[in-house]
Design a protein. Structure first.
Length: 113
C-alpha cells in the first residue's frame, strides 16, 4: 500500500518519534516499555505512536492486556527510494556555474530588469 510521504516525513520530523523508531529496530516493544526512557506522560507517548501508526511506520497490536508496537519498514523504504532519486544529480557548484555564465554570456543581464 502506497504511503503518503508527507505523513512519513512529518512523523520523522520529531526527534522523539525518530528515537522510538530507533528503539523498535531491536525488537517489538510494549507501549509501556517504549514510554519508559522518555520524560513525558503515557498519553503523550501514545500520541507519538499514533502519528507513527498513521504514517505506516509502525503497527500496534494488542496481545492480551498489553499493546505492542512493531516497526513497519515499508514506509521508510518508500521514503528512502524517493530521496535516492535526488542522489542521481551532482551537487551544483553555483560559483562555477556563475563563472561559466559570465564567460559564455558576457552581456547577460545587462539592460534587463
Amino acid at each position: 500500500m502506497k504511503r503518503d510521504l508527507d505523513q512519513v516525513f512529518a512523523a520523522l520530523a520529531d526527534p522523539t518519534r525518530r528515537e522510538i523508531l530507533n528503539m523498535l529496530l531491536e525488537d517489538d516493544m510494549a507501549v509501556t516499555d517504549v514510554a519508559f526512557p522518555f520524560e513525558m506522560s503515557l498519553a503523550a507517548i501514545s500520541k507519538h505512536l499514533g502519528v507513527l501508526t498513521t504514517a505506516g511506520l509502525i503497527s500496534q497490536e494488542k496481545r492480551g492486556r498489553v499493546k505492542w508496537c512493531k516497526l513497519e519498514p515499508d514506509a521508510l523504504r518508500e521514503a528512502s527510494v524517493w530521496m535516492q532519486g535526488f542522489g542521481q544529480f551532482e551537487p551544483v557548484n553555483l560559483d562555477a556555474f556563475e563563472r561559466f555564465l559570465a564567460t559564455e554570456l558576457p552581456n547577460a543581464g545587462e539592460g534587463e530588469v
